[in-house]
Design a binder for this molecule. Structure first.
Ligand SMILES: N[C@@H](CCC(=O)N[C@@H](CS)C(=O)NCC(=O)O)C(=O)O
Length: 220
């Protein structure tokens, strides 16, 4: 097997790449980053010292591919499957990339700020930062609600239109964990419906199923 994904089953950015791999049935093995698996941890630290996961190793093409968006781009080019994750048309691809950036930077990032604060020791908390992250999430949720709403005439099934894409791989974990830490709320029914569609996709559904044994570890 040529593809190895250094990852953890609970990690939201790993879900993003797992969703892409599972959507296309791409064969790979997971090198789980956990204290029980120090060899994987040592190799990961050597390959990508900044320490952010997931990281893809492709031994067939002798490539190390970091960053979830770049990994999905790489998979789409070199290991394509039935689900085209980035359109060939450059204008359409730009819209997909914009939506991917939106979910990473304006949802996922702020969700992580809340989680990181929960992990900080008492006495080293940042309530101002958390309040800011929650306010920014509300702004992003409102924008997604407008995008997904039939009322604005912008109604769409997936983040960048009618086709599932890279952007939906980004949206799934961002909105799932976002909703967990800062609820989307009944006042945003189209965003909740979009999240439901995402969690029913085979890719994200499988990543979530595999994370179930670890979910109790997610701070709240
Ligand atoms: N921009 C990176 C972000 C990856 C990221 O933040 N991963 C988290 C896990 S979900 C991580 O590596 N956390 C460990 C750390 O920050 O040291 C990507 O898209 O892959």
């Amino acid at each position: 097997m040529s593809l190895t994904l250094f990852a953890h089953p609970l990690s939201s950015y790993c879900w993003k790449v797992l969703a892409a791999l599972y959507e296309n049935g791409t064969p790979f093995e997971m090198a789980v980053l956990s204290p029980d698996n120090p060899e994987a941890g040592a190799e990961f630290a050597r390959l990508w010292p900044v320490g952010k996961f997931p990281l893809l190793k492709d031994s067939a093409r002798d490539r190390i591919v970091p960053e979830s968006t770049i990994i999905i781009d790489y998979l789409d080019q070199h290991y394509p499957g039935p689900v085209k994750l980035i359109p060939d048309d450059r204008d359409a691809a730009r819209q997909v990339r914009l939506a991917d950036r939106f979910f990473d930077l304006h949802v996922h990032h702020h969700m992580q700020r809340i989680v990181n604060d929960l992990l900080r020791p008492a006495g080293d908390k940042d309530p101002t930062g958390v309040a800011e992250a929650r306010a920014k999430l509300d702004v992003a949720y409102d924008m997604i609600e407008a995008d997904m709403s039939a009322k604005t005439g912008a109604s769409r099934t997936w983040a960048a239109g009618d086709a599932f894409s890279l952007a939906d791989c980004a949206a799934g974990p961002a909105l799932f964990y976002g909703n967990f830490q800062h609820p989307i709320g009944e006042g945003r029914p189209n965003t909740l419906a979009y999240l439901k569609r995402l969690t029913e996709r085979p890719g994200l559904a499988r990543a979530m199923k595999e994370a179930e044994p670890f979910m109790h570890m997610v701070p709240r």
